[in-house]
Write a protein that binds this ligand. Structure first.
Ligand code: SAH
Length: 604
């Protein structure tokens, strides 16, 4: 179960229990009804709608409320019972945790963890789970049931009194209350070979195979997949028994390696040459050539053996295709790939929008929540403080942009998942350009292998425009008045050109603590080109505490009302204002009133 549990409450008392549950589970957050549950990580107004959204996102839900509320809310969303997340109803006094849905995805186990955390009881209603103390269709992490289609009849036979042959040495089976009997009519088999099972035999695959691969740069994914498949098939091994794909860190950005891992539904993990060379004595096919090229005597065999550990052994030795190699090692017990080697590092340059949770995009939220490290300017980190959860937080002062970028890149190069947080959009007067600049100039190959994405955000200009109406409905440009990185003459020349050509102009960084006179000069330039009554949107702290958005005439604009958290939108000659109820709206028409003929417009 990877998604974070939402512990949901509708009352203050429920909220307190939800908080205890979230704290005990660790990877969880409290969702509370707005106005009722003060201590919540996220608030919602409509419980049914919120529940359905969580369910559809696949988030496990612990609802501290009547079971009926959950049933009614989620009934319209029920579809695929194999894919639904666990949903557990918890009574407000914590006495009962009832798994309602998602039994196949850990619902019973979640109820038991919640019950253990709050001193209540898990009220399990699935017959097999209750009688035998184990959910045979939901084995522990590291195990896969090969024939779920036979689970129902198998449990029915057990409930009818049949006895079962249980293999020795598997703790979760031994700790269950299955009616074990060496002469039983039913059987459980544990195997990493591709057995299919039958109505009276459940087969479990332990994820204990380590698939080691090597390849040339750019080796086609199809070739690597076919080679891995041939190695598994040739040895009769089940793909479900593969715990991970392992290789050398030089291949961390090799698409074919990731395609193989994705096709198996397992992580790709990477070792440095020294860790692989430590396996040299165990290789069946050591190669001097490989050693000269990458610093270890074998990549596929070395990576498989490193992952399988000292008690593991090769089951398929190095096998080659035109541009790739593959080997398979078996460990004595299921492997936890998260602890083996390193992941490919990720850097997400995340725009969080102007500040309010409503304009934070779902992907930006997910990137921050999923990050091992969050890096950013202290104030921006405060804006998303509610999202962070016990990970590395690296707060910097204003002006330390390069240090921020270098820290974020270094962490990512070390295999961490990093979110570099920017306000607004990361590509608008923010960190994305500096990240590109550093990557463009670097000679460090580890930086070249980072998985990089820039996640757009709502820029201050867009947020301010939306508050005011539609002032950037037609051609516009943006000018930053900060002269830290741009000569004043260039700023003023651009401003004059933009003003002369009748662009709507967004002004970022109008003033700073040490700089006010550039704004006064900018006003002079604008006033020279635009009519005195030209509407100007003055938007301060948009989406943040102390938000103030005003629309004033260019002539009346008071520089004292402008601070460093202000963005301005200076209208063009076409920009107008009108009264809409109590509000004043500004907009720049696109020219529909001038349109003649019937041809379709280019944009909507
Ligand atoms: N990347 C940001 C811009 C950073 S430059 C974005 O896309 O919005 C910093 C400037 O942005 C500030 O000086 C101010 O002009 C503007 N700004 C950022 N957040 C703002 C907000 N919430 N309200 C008004 N202006 C803001």
């Amino acid at each position: 179960m990877s998604a974070r549990v939402a512990a949901l409450a509708l009352t203050a008392r429920g909220g307190a229990l939800a908080r205890r549950i979230a704290d005990a589970l660790g990877d969880a957050e409290v969702h509370g009804l707005r106005g009722r549950v003060p201590d919540a990580d996220r608030h919602f107004a409509d419980a049914s709608r919120h529940l359905r959204a969580l369910f559809e996102e696949g988030r496990p839900i612990a609802g501290v409320c009547a079971a009926g509320i959950l049933v009614r809310a989620l009934a319209p969303a029920l579809r695929d019972k194999g894919a639904e997340p666990p949903v557990v109803a918890v009574s407000e006094d914590g006495a009962f945790a009832v798994p309602l849905l998602g039994a196949h995805r850990g619902g019973g186990a979640l109820a038991q963890r919640i019950a253990a955390a709050v001193g209540g009881r898990a009220a399990l209603t699935t017959a097999g789970d209750r009688r035998f103390g184990v959910a045979l269709d939901d084995p522990p992490e590291g195990w896969t049931l090969a024939n779920p289609e036979h689970h129902k009849s198998f449990v029915a036979a057990l409930l009818d009194g049949a006895r079962v042959r249980v293999p020795p040495g598997v703790a979760w089976l031994e700790e269950s209350e299955l009616p074990a009997d060496a002469a039983g009519a039913l059987a459980i088999r544990v195997d990493d070979t591709a057995l299919s099972g039958s109505p009276d035999t459940l087969v479990y695959h332990p994820r204990r195979l380590a698939l080691g691969v090597g390849c040339e740069r750019g080796a086609p994914a199809d070739e690597i997949l076919a080679l891995a498949r041939a190695c598994l098939d040739g040895a009769g091994l089940a793909p479900e028994a593969v715990a991970g794909v392992f290789t050398i860190d030089l291949k961390a950005d090799e698409p074919g390696v990731h395609a193989l891992a994705d096709s198996l539904g397992v992580p790709a993990r990477f070792y440095d040459a020294a860790a692989l060379e430590a396996q040299a004595g165990r290789l069946r096919n050591p190669s001097e050539l490989v050693f000269r090229e990458v610093g270890c005597h074998g990549v596929a065999e070395g990576a498989g053996l490193a992952a399988a550990g000292p008690r593991g052994a090769l089951v398929v030795e190095k096998t080659k295709s035109a541009r790739a190699t593959c080997a398979i090692a078996r460990a004595p017990a299921p492997l936890d790939p998260a602890r083996l080697g390193r992941a490919r590092g990720e850097l997400r340059v995340v725009g969080i929008g102007p500040g309010d949770a409503g304009t934070l995009t779902p992907e930006a939220r997910a990137a921050i929540e999923g990050a091992d490290h969050v890096v950013g300017y202290r104030r921006y980190l405060e804006l998303v403080a509610g999202l962070r959860h016990g990970r590395g937080v690296h707060a910097y002062a204003l002006g330390e942009e390069r240090a921020r970028v270098e820290k974020a890149l270094r962490l990512a190069a070390d295999g961490e998942r990093v979110a570099l947080v920017c306000s607004g959009d990361p590509g608008v007067y923010a960190m994305a350009a500096l990240v590109m600049e550093v990557l463009d100039a670097t000679t460090d190959p580890a930086l070249g292998r980072i998985a990089l994405r820039v996640l757009p955000g709502v820029s201050a200009l867009q947020a301010a425009a939306a508050r005011a109406g539609a002032p950037i409905g037609h051609d516009f440009c943006a000018v930053s008045l900060s002269d830290l990185l741009t000569p004043r003459a260039a700023i003023e020349a651009r401003l004059a050109a933009a003003a002369a050509t009748d662009f709507v102009i967004g002004l970022y960084n109008p003033v700073s603590t040490a700089r006010r006179e550039t704004f006064a000069r900018a006003l002079g330039i604008l006033r020279a080109h635009r009519a005195p009554e030209t509407p100007v949107v003055v938007a301060r702290n948009v989406g943040r505490e102390g938000e103030r958005v005003a629309i004033v005439g260019l002539q009346c604009l008071d520089p004292a009302r402008v601070d460093m958290n202000t963005v301005l939108i200076v209208g063009s000659s076409a920009t107008r204002t009108f009264a809409h109820g109590a509000a004043t709206r500004a907009y720049t028409p696109r020219g529909y009133e001038m349109r003649t003929g019937d041809h379709a417009d280019e944009g909507k």
